[in-house]
Design a protein around this ligand. Structure first.
Ligand code: AMP
Ligand code: TRP
Length: 331
């Protein structure tokens, strides 16, 4: 099938916090495994990151770190461009235009904003409120069919679709209507310190998440201290969230059957499972970390990959933006 016949998939990832095994299993690994089936674009959304304060040096470094992690995990940038949002100014420009056709009431319904702003409404930035318009611009510029996101982002993708529909109704068929693709609940990885909370980049204590760049020693320490229960039976049982979470991670990294895993650990203690899981993670992350180190040993490599990716897709973004401007009578 020629590349143009494949469905276009657009994914965005924020260059903030530490990319963890939840991001890897829930997003990056899927992107890698499915990259031949789709026409993928991967965007490191630095303009989204600045909706909350960022230290400039840290931000610049994080952008390169996330790009290198995606490549080290196996994204092939020849097939699937990996670019930085702020390198293509059409994102900011279309976001402004979409702002002007989005009713305030739609934006006010966004749950994530309500949650993120509730503690400090007077001080959060206007950008944080408007974040979904920029996300809609990201998606709509590339005629995206599918947007793989976590549950928390589903509402934003639906908003992008509503905005696209509204534009099309007002100015004539212009945008492709995107659809969110949300992984099953069961694939969510929970925090090691608190299995009732989703593993997250931005919250949680020191033992909350295994980061993709953690050393073997730290990986083992985090897994060994993971919260479990006081029973002593190793089974896939969702009512015992701590042990269930460890088994889910084990299952996904080992790609083995549940029954097989339960058999292996039958009659064994939690410490044995934790040690085996630490071994497995260390073994899997080692090659990824080695590729990452190599990519980062010469900053020009990453720089040229993200720049070339942006050059390849810029014409598509500019074409969409141009059409939008013409239809609206701008310029
Ligand atoms: P975020 O860390 O929120 O920027 O998310 C980046 C990607 O990783 C999104 O596609 C999320 O759905 C996915 N993701 C984030 N946290 C988890 C988790 N705990 N388990 C599975 N997938 C996750
Ligand atoms: N808002 C997304 C998140 O926090 C990141 C993102 C920005 C995104 N633009 C996007 C995801 C476009 C998918 C498509 O995870």
């Amino acid at each position: 099938m020629p590349a143009s016949k494949k469905e276009r998939v657009f994914s965005g990832i924020q260059p903030s916090g530490n990319v963890h095994i939840g991001n890897y299993l829930g997003a990056i690994k899927r992107w890698v495994d499915e990259q031949d089936r789709f026409d993928n674009i991967f965007c490191i959304v630095d303009l989204h990151a600045i909706t909350v304060p960022q230290d400039p040096k840290t931000l610049r470094n994080k952008i390169r770190e996330v790009a290198a992690l995606l490549l080290a995990a196996g994204i092939n940038p020849q097939h699937s461009p990996v670019f930085v949002q702020s390198h293509i100014s059409a994102h900011a420009e279309l976001a402004w235009i979409l702002n002007c056709i989005t009713p305030m009431g739609w934006m006010e319904r966004m749950i994530q904003y309500k949650e993120k702003s509730s503690a400090n409404k007077e001080r959060v930035s206007v950008g944080l409120f408007d974040y979904p318009a920029l996300m809609a611009a990201d998606i709509l510029l590339y005629r995206t069919d599918l947007v793989p996101v976590g549950e928390d982002q589903q509402q934003h993708v639906e908003l992008a679709r509503d905005i696209a529909q509204r534009f099309n109704n007002t100015y004539g068929e212009t945008f492709v209507l995107p659809k969110a693709v949300v992984p099953a609940q069961s694939s969510r990885i929970m925090g090691l310190d608190n299995p009732a909370k989703k593993m997250s980049k931005s919250s949680g204590g020191a033992k909350h998440a295994v980061s993709l760049l953690d050393s073997p020693k730290i990986i083992r320490a985090k897994i060994m201290s993971a919260a479990t229960d006081s029973r002593n039976e190793i089974r896939f049982d969702a009512t015992r969230p701590g042990i269930y979470n460890l088994l889910l991670i084990y299952e996904q990294f080992s790609a083995r059957k549940r029954a097989d895993i339960e058999r292996e650990f039958s009659g064994k203690g939690y410490a044995e499972l934790k040690n085996a899981l630490a071994d497995l993670l260390i073994r899997h992350l080692e090659p990824l970390q080695a590729r990452y180190k190599e990519l980062r040993s010469d900053e020009r490599t990453i720089e040229s990959i993200v720049r070339e990716s942006a050059e390849r897709i810029r014409p598509l973004a500019e074409k969409t933006l141009q059409t939008v401007k013409e239809k609206m009578g701008l310029g």
